[in-house]
Ligand binder design. Structure first.
Ligand code: FAD
Ligand code: SF4
Length: 510
């Protein structure tokens, strides 16, 4: 064993005692370093709750390390970028070996790789948090004509023997029960939903919140409703609570939306997972155990596991495969600015107002709100993908680029031209009307295509189809989408185009 000092860097989203970085840690010779950097809070205009969550979780993790007698240097509130602080520390202390786990943001990965090149003492280890390694993902990609979640997910199910019966077939005879997981709430509303577990603020979180309120007072979002799990103990409690009280209805109402219902039956576990306070394996195992214990629907269990074992692993693989190109992708050459009301929620459109309103309040919206409300609108409004990505990265407490960017660029915006989706996820106001009660009190009418009362989502939807008709008709997967255009007269199509042009030139006024 070398007696020279090794420094182990733990980043803000690597808060796991089982991290590969700590694998062979020696308390007598090694030391952990953690760095709070203002740069991380500011390179996009982050929601206050996102900044507070990262800082509080880091400080709690530092406390755990100290209790476990890990030697630790914790650099608070630095105004320099992480890598600059690191470079100074390495020089000042004459460190001969720096160990870290690959960062979840390409930007930081490149910066640390550059540091490694310069000083030749950096050892970057692969992140063992995920089911699928980079190599395994690359092997899966090789020779594939189409990169689709469904086939990757089946491979993960087989490799990890999850929801596979004794004969080696998928449980219930189907790989995917997505069709059973798309119900709206009843016309009367969602009924009583058990609230997700919230956590009272302890001294560490309170101190962080005071600091964020003072230092980032001009940043978007509120801290008044900050109840996120900030350490492993709380994350495990949040998982247990979700499994016990909320999982049962997760599947069926996964896509449903309703006013005053910001969380539905969703798990709210993404931030704990992404900070690495929870491991995806323990989440999946807990769901499998609950399936038997509470005789849950297979559709719910499969639907939830697909998100973690399927989507979460898949988008991570795609991110590392396609960066840095993914951040530049702009298939439709869209150039509009993001409407200013994305940062304030001050819009007349009830669906956008509700989704953005709860986003500012909690730093949270569920998947369908992100994909089919804010994402759908940004695509139809022809907003520059990089501006949309910056918004998603800034505004959600769970946002880390490896998961945010592929969801935004690949799923919401089709900005990578269908690299891993078969068609753009676009919808008119009719979809939002079917899946929510948003349209009920909106000043617009979801079924009207043009004119003063027309729903902007609907106008822009038809405009999009008219504009890209040739592209949609060239593929059997999208041909159906333009079929309904044939039922709209040429005159009405001209009106839609005219009205859409007006909307697109005045997005801020909506
Ligand atoms: P649940 O609905 O309870 O799902 C359970 C878990 O499955 C989540 O906690 C999450 O870990 C995982 N999951 C579900 N859907 C996805 C998905 N599409 N991709 C990856 N993992 C998934 N998720 C993030 O974690 N961070 C992001 O920055 C992020 N940005 C997104 C941006 C857009 C435009 C879209 C459409 C989706 C984004 N997602 C992101 C995916 C998804 O919306 C969130 O994971 C989910 O809403 C988090 O809430 P939850 O924990 O209640 O999830
Ligand atoms: Fe949204 Fe259109 Fe419905 Fe209004 S009418 S809530 S803008 S979908």
């Amino acid at each position: 064993m070398s007696k020279s000092k090794r420094l182990v860097l733990i980043l803000g989203d690597q808060l796991d005692l089982q991290s590969a970085a700590l694998r062979d840690f020696h308390r007598d010779t090694d030391e952990v370093i953690m760095i709070e950097s203002a740069n991380e809070a500011q390179y996009v205009w982050s929601h206050k709750a996102k900044i507070a969550l990262f800082l509080s979780a880091m400080r709690h993790f530092a406390q755990d390390l100290i209790e476990l007698k890990y030697p630790l240097t914790y650099i608070k509130e630095s105004t320099k970028p992480i890598v600059d602080v690191l470079r100074d520390e390495l020089q000042r202390r004459n460190i001969k070996h720096l160990i870290c786990v690959e960062p979840g943001e390409y930007r930081l990965k490149i910066a640390i790789e550059k540091l490694a090149q310069d000083c030749q003492i950096v050892e970057m280890r692969e992140d063992n948090h995920f089911y699928c390694s980079h190599e395994e993902f690359r092997q899966w990609v090789a020779n594939k004509k189409e990169l689709r979640l469904e086939y990757f997910y089946r491979l993960m199910r087989k490799n990890h023997q999850i929801l596979i019966d004794a004969q080696g077939n998928p449980e219930g005879g189907q790989w995917n029960f997505d069709q059973d997981n798309r119900k709206p709430y009843s016309k009367k509303g969602p009924g009583i939903i058990d609230e997700p577990m919230g956590f009272p603020l302890d001294a560490i979180t309170q101190e962080v919140i005071n600091y964020v309120e003072k230092t980032y007072s001009d940043h978007p979002g509120s801290l008044e409703n900050f109840h996120w799990p900030v350490n492993r103990k709380q994350a495990l409690k949040a998982l247990d609570y979700f499994i016990e009280y909320r999982l049962r209805n997760f599947g069926i109402y996964q896509d449903a939306m309703w006013t005053q219902t910001p969380f539905g039956w969703h798990s709210l576990l993404s931030s704990a997972l992404n900070l690495k306070l929870l491991n995806p394996r323990e989440v999946v195992q807990a769901v499998l155990a609950a399936w038997k214990k509470y005789s849950l629907d297979l559709a719910t269990v499969e639907g939830f596991i697909r998100q973690i074992l399927g989507w979460r692993e898949f988008v991570r693989g795609m991110y590392y495969l396609d960066m840095p190109q993914m951040a530049q992708d702009n298939y439709y050459s869209h150039t509009n600015s993001l409407p200013a009301w994305y940062w304030s929620g001050q819009t007349q459109m009830a669906c956008m107002k509700d989704t953005i309103g709860q986003t500012l309040k909690y730093g949270y919206a569920h998947h369908i709100q992100r994909l089919m409300v804010t994402g759908n609108f940004a695509l139809l409004a022809e907003v520059l993908p990089a501006a949309v990505s910056d918004w998603y990265l800034a505004i959600y407490v769970d946002a880390i680029e490896w998961v945010e960017l592929p969801n935004t660029v690949g799923m919401a915006l089709f900005a990578n031209g269908g690299r891993f989706t078969s068609k753009p996820y676009i919808a008119s106001g009719a979809y939002i009307k079917r899946m929510s009660n948003y349209c009920k009190d909106c000043q617009y009418k979801p079924d009207i295509r043009f004119g003063e009362e027309a729903c902007p989502v609907t106008t822009l939807y038809w405009n999009f189809l008219i504009k890209h008709r040739d592209q949609f008709e060239s593929s059997p997967r999208t041909r159906l989408m333009t079929a309904n255009l044939k039922r709209i007269s040429d005159e009405d199509q001209k009106e839609i185009t005219r009205h859409a042009k007006h909307l697109l030139a005045n997005l801020d006024a909506l």
